[in-house]
Design a protein around this ligand. Structure first.
Ligand SMILES: C[S@@+](CC[C@H](N)C(=O)[O-])C[C@H]1O[C@@H](n2cnc3c(N)ncnc32)[C@H](O)[C@@H]1O
Length: 380
């Protein structure tokens, strides 16, 4: 790992561990839900804080699943707490992890600013189906996502500030910015209507990783709407809640800001209909706002992170379920080398064969050796 990557990783986990609201809530919840002798999965273990809480609560064994380099933090943390025999580290995406005993509790803190997103629901669903025993428990037990229209002129001005002295057409960048979800801090005064609950999930019941929700608002005052803001409220355990509604007490999370293409003026009482949809397991977000008040009747805004980057037509085509992929040259090389990892050949023979077969990719023995050894470290 590079110096920069390790610095960023440490800073990220520092901010997580210093967030008292988050840590306190999770500790109370884990102590409430985990019983002595339980087997626990910590999905997205990071530095291992929740695994350690589970051990404090009496877990017999904790499987700490972490796909990233943070697994090394979890390793050292469990060693420093003398818990390396009870915490089993699994350095995999949870989808690839295997657990060979029934699990009593799954704990996870993989919340995005809007609750689900960034693959959280899909990962929990998969872990629940494959690992959790019947009547098993999940922390968080449930969560809700909330939405409200917001009047945020300063934020919008910052997003929409395009210098014209360079004589460059910035319209592409503007359109991309307006089709991305931004992390912001919203003050309560910025909300233009009573917040509405957009989604509600019980983690032991939810079956879909993609979510669609529609809500209605009535503008509580005259003002300008610049976008929708979202946050979450989680029931971690029967008596522990963690909520990030404005003003947000948990500094680790921001609020999700879904901008409109243009700010729109509304009068008190104007009716607004909003919908938000997540697809691809929380990777793609689309939002729509329809204004039905007299002053703004018919205005409709439709935005999506699909338009938040100028993907090539080919990229989009490749996302289609009907796409029939063929191996690229990189894939051919990978398959060639993988086929040779059959326990009968020495590294030097594999390296030489790869160089002979793909001389343009491997102009020297050293280049072939570096490639093959990386593959061996990953797959053999
Ligand atoms: C917000 S951090 C939480 C870390 C730790 N549980 C805590 O509470 O301090 C989420 C971690 O989950 C990991 N993660 C997210 N999805 C994962 C998955 N499907 N499989 C394995 N690790 C995952 C990320 O790499 C990240 O380190």
């Amino acid at each position: 790992m590079s110096f920069l990557a390790s610095t960023n990783l440490v800073a990220y986990h520092q901010s997580l561990l210093q967030d008292r609201e988050r840590m306190g809530a999770y500790r109370r919840a884990v102590h409430e839900v985990v019983r002595p002798g339980d087997v626990v999965v910590d999905l997205g273990a990071g530095s291992g804080a929740l695994s350690l809480f589970a051990c404090q609560a009496g877990a017999r064994r904790v499987y700490a699943i972490e796909s990233g380099d943070a697994i090394e933090l979890a390793r050292e943390m469990s060693r420093r707490h003398g818990l390396q025999d009870r915490i089993v580290l699994v350095n995999e995406r949870s989808y690839r992890a295997r657990i060979d005993e029934p699990v009593d509790v799954i704990v996870t803190e993989t919340f995005w600013n809007f609750g689900f997103g960034e693959g959280m629901l899909g990962a929990v669903l998969d872990a629940r189906r494959r690992f959790l025993r019947e009547e098993g428990r999940i922390v968080p037990a449930a969560f809700e996502s909330w939405l409200a229209p917001a009047d945020m002129p300063q934020l919008y001005a910052k997003l929409d500030r395009w210098p014209d002295e360079y004589e460059l057409d910035m319209s592409l960048m503007r359109s991309l910015v307006m089709n991305n979800v931004h992390q912001v801090k919203v003050e309560t005064e910025a909300l233009m209507a009573e917040p509405a609950r957009f989604a509600q999930m019980d983690m032991c019941e939810v079956e879909e990783a993609d979510v669609f929700g529609e809500v209605e608002f009535a503008a509580s005052r005259a003002g300008t709407i610049h976008g929708l803001v979202g946050w979450f409220s989680a029931t971690l355990s029967p008596s522990v809640r963690l909520a990030t509604a404005p003003p947000n007490p948990a500094p680790n999370w921001g609020h999700a800001f879904f901008p409109l293409d243009e700010p729109v003026r509304v009068e008190r009482g104007d009716r607004l209909e909003a919908s938000v949809r997540s697809t691809s397991n929380g990777d793609v977000w689309s939002w729509e706002l329809h204004l039905a008040g007299e002053s703004v009747s018919g205005s409709r805004f439709t935005n999506s992170t699909l338009w938040g980057f100028p993907f090539s037509v080919e990229d989009l085509h490749r996302q289609s379920p009907r796409f029939k992929p063929t191996l690229s040259q990189a894939g051919e090389i990978e398959r060639f080398v993988l086929d040779m990892l059959d326990g009968t050949r020495e590294l030097s023979e594999i390296e030489e064969s790869a160089r002979e077969r793909f001389p343009e990719t491997f102009p020297s023995r050293e280049v072939a050796a570096a490639y093959v050894r990386r593959m061996v470290a990953r797959c053999a």
